[in-house]
Design a protein around this ligand. Structure first.
Ligand code: UD1
Ligand code: PEP
Length: 430
């Protein structure tokens, strides 16, 4: 199994190109199930999750054709991919595939909307909490579907004549359930109004793509989304938005290691709250023509308290990375996780490097230390694993991160992007 070896102590200087967002690419790819025409997605990141979803979609009858790299980039970077689902070949999403990745469960919306039925295994994904699917069940039930759990699968059936538009207010904000409800409602009869919808940029990206496919959607990006059902959707060409979590991760890496890096092909507006926290921690963050410049020269890292929240709050997907940064701050900080109940697996691994962190319920108290020391550590989930890389950049000596398959789910060419900026990071394949 691959490991990542980091030798800490080097500043980061240079340019890091930001990839297309994993969490936008996945629902966008799933939207290809809604039409018999071709959906072309540009800027699709080259990630394990994307490859797995291609296999899952292939199982449902989606033909996938990959071409067109970004100019001057080598194999392995974001690509243009064509998805064509002339007919749905199979409405079952099997356990072996869905159990590996949370988002694959989301095929339930388009399958139900287009074919009137779906049998989808209960999902897997990062082990960061119980991650139930009750909101999906309630939302799709409100659209008229019958939902039954049977042998680890959800059997969903639409009424004769298809799903029916509805008014539904989510009792809790859910990104995935908003994606699914929005996709399903595009082909429902009549108008659907979703209340307490997620407002994440990835929701807006999916809505924009669906609109390009002929859907009638307004309000995406606010907490009320209105969808007027249409009888069919067409193909479209859409560019996946930049990955705000990758952007924030590298911004935090620069704040941790020191230096001056331009993050290209991204946008500050996607992560205002996280960048503001970085500024408070002592980093200089400014907009460039096509991205963000992050600098930290000399000054120490200041302690900053954060609380994770749905967008536009501080993203839970950047919580572990920010904690890594705070381990070297000049005081005590507090990080409260409000989205997932078990997203502190990185705490015990950061402790191996000498971090001083104590947990009390959903809040971590981090007492900054003057030095971290490299050690063998284990990646436990996607964002936790990159927090260990960030800590390793500032630790003395060698940090060896094992179980890097977690990293490969969500970070395109991480070691290359960091190495080009002067870090000593390499992949060891045993
Ligand atoms: C592929 C993808 O885009 N993943 C992101 C998505 O995950 P995901 O869509 O799974 O996250 P949700 O927004 O649904 O989860 C938010 C909270 O709602 C709960 N919940 C969710 C559904 C449900 O039916 N019942 C329920 O109780 C979850 O357990 C969690 O506590 O949004 C999360 C929150 O920003 C991010 O951390 C993930 O990176
Ligand atoms: C938690 C994440 O992914 P998933 O929802 O697929 O587990 C993530 O992207 O940080």
């Amino acid at each position: 199994m691959d490991r990542i070896r980091i030798v800490g102590g080097n500043e980061l200087n240079g340019i890091i190109p930001i990839s297309g967002a994993k969490n936008a690419a996945l629902p966008l790819m799933i939207a290809s199930l809604l039409t018999s025409d071709t959906l072309t997605l540009e800027n699709v990141p080259h990630l394990a999750d994307v490859e797995l979803l291609m296999r899952i979609l292939g199982n449902h009858g989606v033909d996938v054709a990959v071409n067109g790299r970004r100019e001057r980039q080598e194999d392995g970077y974001s690509r243009t991919i064509h998805f064509t689902c002339r007919t749905i070949a199979d409405t079952t999403a099997p356990y072996e595939l869905v159990a590996k990745m949370r988002a694959s469960f989301w095929v339930i919306g388009p399958l139900l909307a287009r074919e009137g039925q779906a049998r989808v295994s209960l999902p897997g994904g990062c082990a960061i909490g119980t991650r139930p699917v009750d909101l999906f069940i309630e939302g799709l039930t409100a659209l008229g579907a019958t939902m039954e759990i049977d042998g680890g699968y959800i059997n969903a059936t639409a009424p004769k004549g298809g799903l029916i538009g509805t008014r539904y207010v989510f009792p809790k904000v859910s990104v995935g359930a908003t994606h699914v409800m929005m996709m399903a409602a595009t082909l429902a009869r009549g108008t659907t109004v979703i209340g307490n919808a997620a407002r994440e940029p990835e929701i807006v990206d999916l809505a924009n793509c669906l609109i390009a496919m002929g859907a009638k959607i307004s309000g995406a990006g606010t907490s009320t989304i209105t969808i007027e059902g249409v009888t069919s959707l067409s193909g479209a060409r859409h560019r996946v938005l930049p990955d705000r979590i990758e952007t924030g991760t590298y911004a935090m890496a620069v704040a941790m290691a020191g230096g001056d890096v331009r993050l290209e092909n991204t946008d500050m507006a996607l992560l205002d709250t996280a960048l503001e926290s970085l500024r408070r921690a002592g980093a200089d963050v400014s907009a460039t023509n096509n991205g963000i410049r992050v600098q930290r020269n000399g000054g120490g890292i200041k302690p900053v308290d954060i609380v994770t929240d749905p967008f536009p709050g501080f993203p839970t997907d950047l919580q572990a990375q920010f904690m890594a940064l705070m381990t070297r701050s000049t005081g005590t900080s507090h990080i409260t996780e409000t989205i997932f109940e078990n997203r502190f697996m990185h705490v015990q691994e950061l402790a191996r490097l000498g971090a001083k962190i104590s947990l009390s319920g959903q809040t971590a108290k981090i007492e900054g230390v003057e030095r971290l020391k490299g050690a063998p550590v284990m990646a436990t989930d996607l964002r936790a694993s990159v927090s260990l890389v960030i800590a390793g950049l500032a630790a003395e000596g060698e940090t060896l991160v094992s179980r890097v398959y977690h990293l490969d789910r969500g970070f395109e060419r991480l070691e290359e992007k960091l190495t080009r900026c002067g870090a000593m990071v390499e992949r060891i394949s045993d």
